[in-house]
Design a protein around this ligand. Structure first.
Ligand SMILES: NC(=O)C1=CN([C@@H]2O[C@H](COP(=O)(O)OP(=O)(O)OC[C@H]3O[C@@H](n4cnc5c(N)ncnc54)[C@H](O)[C@@H]3O)[C@@H](O)[C@H]2O)C=CC1
Ligand SMILES: O=C([O-])CC(=O)C(=O)O
Length: 414
């Protein structure tokens, strides 16, 4: 889905984020706005070093986004001239850390974040090979100052003062593996990295990319709870790639302009837990039953499509970096005070009985502001059936993640 203005989406009912929000939160006073103009959306970092030309083609969403979305910004713009050379000067002021920055996702993701005019400092952490990546990236003439941190002894420093932490650390799939096959290795990696985030950047937004996301996000939540700093509003499983894929595949199938298409994707991030809400595609388009089944299957298997095409060389990295960078940019805009930021993400949720669930969320300065209840209330019969079918698997993945942390804690105390 588009990270976009509420006025341009038929969001439907918006659930408030539930009474559990804020437990244990150490509120950090917001340090002021980057003065980013509200219309400034996303990926214009190439222009960021000097000035940002407020053209339509500056977004992650492509050349211009939905015309209706763009129109919806106009009232906010006042006298700003959209059509010509409005030179705006967003001031880079956010610090971002990427943990696993030397990897297949980490490197292109770091490049895309380096291109953001909202980022003043980019901290790259990995257990190996990161100094070269940092040296290389640091030569790009965009505002973010790049620093590399290698190995556990430098992890704490990589996290000091950061506003947002992205975690793509961990092993990827090879053909024949399921996401769950990654659990044994990646669960420990995510646990140890989130412990460090809890100790050194307890107020930061945390974006978890490492698979299996359905389990690694609950693992992160348990770790943060144990550390007494869990704020469910600030912990996100990154499911943006499912939305990016759904938008691409639907646009191709229905011969629509890519920039116009917006498909919410809910549930979780693996196999049948990925549920694209094709009936809620924007713009309104008739997708028949056969097309719905084919598109749903392709979106659910898209990760495997890439794993098989790469034939042992890993899983999606470039599209993932693109998707994660979009989610980072949306989050930074929200941190900067943009009141119209919506993305799909896998978060603590009360929309269903499943405690972690991906849906559209409104993101604000303090994290998740609201969950889009319409995503589970206004579904087609096909989608309702698929939702019922995914719940047991998603619940089992969550319970596995929670149990892992508890077992580790018990083992450590023996
Ligand atoms: N959420 C999503 O939509 C997607 C998630 N993924 C997942 O992202 C993860 C990373 O994938 P790739 O970048 O392709 O793998 P990769 O193997 O290319 O890179 C992983 C990086 O993590 C680093 N690393 C390992 N342990 C670490 C630790 N303890 N601390 C810091 N860094 C550590 C490695 O040194 C390596 O540089 C995988 O788990 C993969 O399944 C992949 C695609 C989509
Ligand atoms: O499927 C995988 O292993 C990687 C992934 O999460 C994706 O591509 O969506």
């Amino acid at each position: 889905m588009a990270s976009t203005s509420s006025s341009a989406l038929s969001i439907g009912s918006v659930a408030s984020y539930g009474s559990q929000i804020g437990l244990g939160t150490k509120a950090k006073p917001f340090h002021g706005s980057c003065s980013t103009p509200k219309l400034f959306m996303g990926f214009s970092g190439l222009k960021g070093a000097s000035s940002v030309n407020c053209e339509r083609n500056t977004s992650f969403l492509g050349n211009g986004r939905n015309a209706k979305v763009w129109e919806s910004f106009k009232p906010k713009l006042g006298r700003v001239d959209l059509s010509t050379k409005s030179q705006l000067h967003p001031q880079a002021c956010f610090k971002v850390a990427v943990l696993g920055a030397a990897g297949g996702i980490g490197q292109p993701l770091s490049l895309l974040i380096k291109m953001s005019p909202l980022v003043s400092a980019l901290h790259l952490y990995d257990i190996a090979n990161v100094k070269g990546v940092a040296a290389d990236l640091s030569h790009c003439n965009t505002p973010a100052q790049v620093l590399g941190f290698t190995g556990e002894s430098e992890l704490a420093n990589s996290l000091k003062g950061v506003d947002l932490v992205v975690i793509p650390a961990g092993i990827p799939r090879k053909p024949g593996m399921t996401g769950d096959d990654l659990f044994n290795v990646n669960a420990s990696i995510v646990k140890s990295l989130v412990e460090a985030v809890a100790d050194n950047a307890p107020d930061a937004f945390i974006h978890i990319i490492s698979n299996p996301v359905n389990s690694t996000v609950p693992i992160a939540a348990e770790v943060l709870k144990q550390k007494g700093v869990y704020d469910p509003k600030k912990l996100f499983g990154v499911t943006t790639l499912d939305v990016v894929r759904a938008n691409t595949f639907v646009a191709q199938k229905k011969n629509l302009r890519l920039m116009d298409v917006d498909v919410p994707v809910i549930g979780g991030h693996s196999g049948i837990t990925i549920l694209p809400l094709l009936s809620r595609t924007q713009p309104l388009v008739l997708i028949n039953n056969k097309e719905t089944e084919e598109l749903t299957a392709r979106i659910q298997n898209a990760g495997t499509e890439v794993v098989e095409a790469k034939a042992g060389a890993g899983s999606a990295t470039l599209s993932m970096a693109y998707a994660a960078a979009r989610f980072v940019e949306s989050s930074l805009r929200a941190l900067d005070g943009d009141g119209d930021v919506y993305e799909c993400a896998y978060v603590q949720s009360d929309l269903t009985e499943i405690p972690f669930f991906a849906s559209r969320v409104k993101i604000g300065r303090k994290g998740v502001q609201a969950l889009m209840a319409s995503d589970v209330l206004e579904m087609s019969d096909y989608e309702s059936e698929k939702l019922a079918a995914l719940k047991p698997e998603l619940m089992a993945s969550i319970e596995k993640g929670v149990a892992f942390v508890h077992e580790q804690t018990a083992a450590a105390s023996v």
